[in-house]
Ligand binder design. Structure first.
Ligand code: ZN
Ligand code: ZN
Ligand code: ZN
Length: 97
């Protein structure tokens, strides 16, 4: 007996992100991406880790040091500089929060 069981899942939104932080707890440790400066590379966007204040490149930058920082440290959330933009990115859920 065919019986349709509609599922209430919204694709890709099953898990709610709980990593967002209200305030920038850590001060940016730098005004640029340190690994990029060492290599003489540039960057398109700077993001600061909300856990420790590490500043690194992301977005359209040729290197992705913000992502590398997450993979090294498991610090989940970064905010785009300047902080006035208030846009936070969760590396765990790969979504803006
Ligand atoms: Zn999250
Ligand atoms: Zn970089
Ligand atoms: Zn960090």
């Amino acid at each position: 007996m065919p019986r349709g069981t509609p599922r209430g899942n919204h694709a890709g939104r099953a898990v709610r992100c709980m990593h967002a932080i209200d305030h920038l707890g850590a001060r940016p440790s730098s005004t640029g991406c340190a690994p990029c400066r060492e290599r003489g590379d540039g960057w398109a966007e700077l993001w600061v880790c909300l856990t420790c204040g590490w500043v690194a490149c992301s977005g359209g930058s040729p290197n992705q040091h913000a992502r590398a920082h997450y993979e090294e440290t498991d610090h989940p959330v970064a905010v785009r500089l300047p902080p006035a933009s208030r846009l936070q990115w969760c590396h765990v859920h790969r979504c803006a929060v």
